[in-house]
Design a protein around this ligand. Structure first.
Ligand code: G4P
Length: 528
């Protein structure tokens, strides 16, 4: 098979949602259809249980299990599908954002009862930044949810994306009878079942068919006809290009737990979703068909078990062909490296692989050489874009508790932040270190790991910051003036770029108004 055929065969995507919308359930059903697992319940371990939020070791244990299911691959309809799992827990949101840099499209799950939730909006913002194509699955139709038209309006308004319904529900909750597939004009009747695979499809070529009335009754037939007429009037036919450019999201309705609407979602996904796409570099782009092998690390998982202190770097292949035991160039370190046991993630077992292709995600064992965003190539000095850090939400000062261990503390915090556990900001002069995270949990992780892996003890003292903004200026004089005026609030990130720590939205607004010559950036990646 040629490289192009290998690429065309692959589909790499993530399922994302606000916690509890049904991401795990949907993932599991897709794996069941793909034959990658045989029984329901197999993926459940992936989810961080709500009850465990205060016990981070318990969460780590669960995350440990989830390494095996961080990437799940299976074949369906002649395609090789890689699903990248994203942690649902809000405190691991940064992990999710980074994982999204490694996919070519996403399926967004929305709870029909709750509609668009906070995390849904934030995830969608990240997708929009990269123009990632999105298919929306509205779940839990077996419950009394919001009216489908209002749901669609809510999606468009809150997620700032155009939509195109491709299926339409006939009632919901107790009266839920099924969905009408607008794509191929067929009707699927709902039969609650957590085990059986949906198969019964009734073809209704014409909504005036009397069979429809026989199946769903007069009132629902009339309603469906009216709804479909309205949809056809309101929405243009699906434009594949707009979808692939991330501007239009096809919408499906179903009930993941009941296996309902999942198969048609999968089949449409196979049909519509893009194969591995080009990736942006600091300079230029990398195309999957390029002969030279390249890719980047988007996630690092450290094992907290003291007997197995290895790290796995999750590596997305962007171009060319990866081969086991071949020497590649670690771009940041300018170092030749080869990998004797790279792993694939077929279903739940990890296998050593000899070769891999664009779109694939492989696991590379790492003894501390990698940090998030690192590239490998056959020689070119590629620097991949699209893996930004976002402003943290919680800030704490790192205070050393044992002066004899300051080197260990420094090394530890640098390595942990390389792994993406948190972000580090340093004030100069003085070397004051502030750690920023999106959730409290990361602080427990940091404290525990500094002590157990690096033998360093620290206090993490709350800081009253609201946001970290990267600042740039065309005229260096403006920058110097601001840095002098705000010396107490200026820190530097690990690339030594200046960051303004704002104490409140108000102070941020004032700083922006008073300094029109400065640009304030909410993510670490911006055009200089
Ligand atoms: P998440 O990964 O997005 O966080 O959600 P997950 O799949 O774990 O689903 C969250 C809850 O919603 C689960 O119930 C799950 O069974 C339920 N659920 C998923 N799909 C549907 C659906 O189509 N209809 C209905 N009614 N419920 C659905 P739970 O009680 O929190 O967990 P469990 O005890 O069932 O495991």
């Amino acid at each position: 098979m040629s490289l192009k055929e290998k690429i065309d065969q692959r589909r790499t995507f993530a399922i994302i949602s606000h916690p509890d919308a049904g991401k795990t359930t949907l993932t599991e059903k897709l794996l069941l259809f793909g034959g990658a697992i045989q029984t329901a319940g197999a993926v459940k371990s992936n989810k961080i249980k709500k009850t465990a939020t205060s016990d981070f070791m318990e969460i780590e244990k669960q995350r440990g299990i989830s390494v095996a299911t961080s990437v799940m691959s299976f074949e369906y309809g002649g395609k090789l599908i890689n699903i990248l799992d994203t942690p649902g827990h809000k405190d691991f949101a940064e992990d999710t954002y980074r994982t999204l840099s490694a996919v070519d499209s996403v399926i967004l799950v929305v709870d029909s009862v709750k509609g668009v939730e906070e995390q849904t909006e934030r995830l969608m913002e990240v997708c929009r930044m990269r123009n990632t194509p999105v298919i929306i699955f509205i779940n839990k139709l077996d419950r009394e949810g919001k009216d489908p038209f209002s749901l669609i309006d809510e999606l468009e308004a809150k997620l700032a994306i155009s939509t195109r319904p491709l299926s339409w529900p006939i009632n919901m909750g107790k009266g839920f009878k099924g969905v009408y597939n607008l794509f191929d004009s067929s009707l699927r009747l709902f039969e609650p079942s957590k085990t059986s695979m949906e198969k019964e499809i009734v073809e209704i070529r014409d909504l005036n068919d009397t069979l429809l009335t026989e199946l769903i009754g007069d009132a629902d037939t009339a309603q469906l006809r009216e709804d479909v007429e309205m949809i056809e009037e309101l929405y243009e036919p699906l434009d594949r290009e707009l979808y692939q450019d991330g501007l239009l999201a096809p919408v499906f309705f179903g009930s993941a737990i009941n296996n309902f609407g999942v198969l048609e979602l999968l089949e449409t996904f196979i049909n519509l979703s893009p194969p591995p796409q080009k990736r942006p570099l600091e300079e230029g782009e990398v195309f999957p068909e390029d002969k030279e092998f390249s890719g980047f690390v988007f996630k690092i998982h450290a094992n907290l078990d003291p007997n197995h202190r290895d790290r796995i770097a999750f590596f997305r292949i962007c171009s060319g062909k990866f081969e086991r035991n071949k020497f590649y160039n670690h771009v940041r370190l300018s170092k030749k490296m080869r990998f004797s046991n790279p792993t694939s993630f077929m279903a739940q077992s990890k296998n050593i692989i000899d070769e891999a292709y664009p779109g694939d995600v492989i696991g590379l064992y790492d003894s501390g050489n990698f940090k998030i965003g690192d590239a490998l190539s056959e020689g070119s000095k590629f620097r991949f874009k699209g893996i930004p850090s976002f402003s943290p939400e919680i800030f704490r000062e790192l205070v050393n508790k044992d002066p004899m261990k300051s080197k260990q503390l420094d090394k530890g915090i640098r390595q942990l932040t390389d792994e993406g556990v948190a972000q580090l900001f340093i004030q100069q002069p003085g070397n004051r270190k502030v750690i920023g995270t999106v959730g409290q949990l990361q602080f427990d992780v940091i404290k525990y790991r500094l002590e157990h892996e690096y033998g360093a003890k620290c206090d993490l003292v709350p800081m009253n910051f609201f946001k970290a903004c990267w600042i740039t200026a065309e005229d260096q004089a403006n920058m110097d003036k601001f840095q002098r005026q705000k010396a107490n609030s200026i820190y530097f990130d690990k690339q030594e770029r200046p960051v303004f720590m704002a104490e409140s939205q108000w102070m941020l607004n004032v700083a922006q108004e008073n300094n029109p010559g400065l640009q304030f950036h909410y993510t670490s990646e911006f055009d200089q």
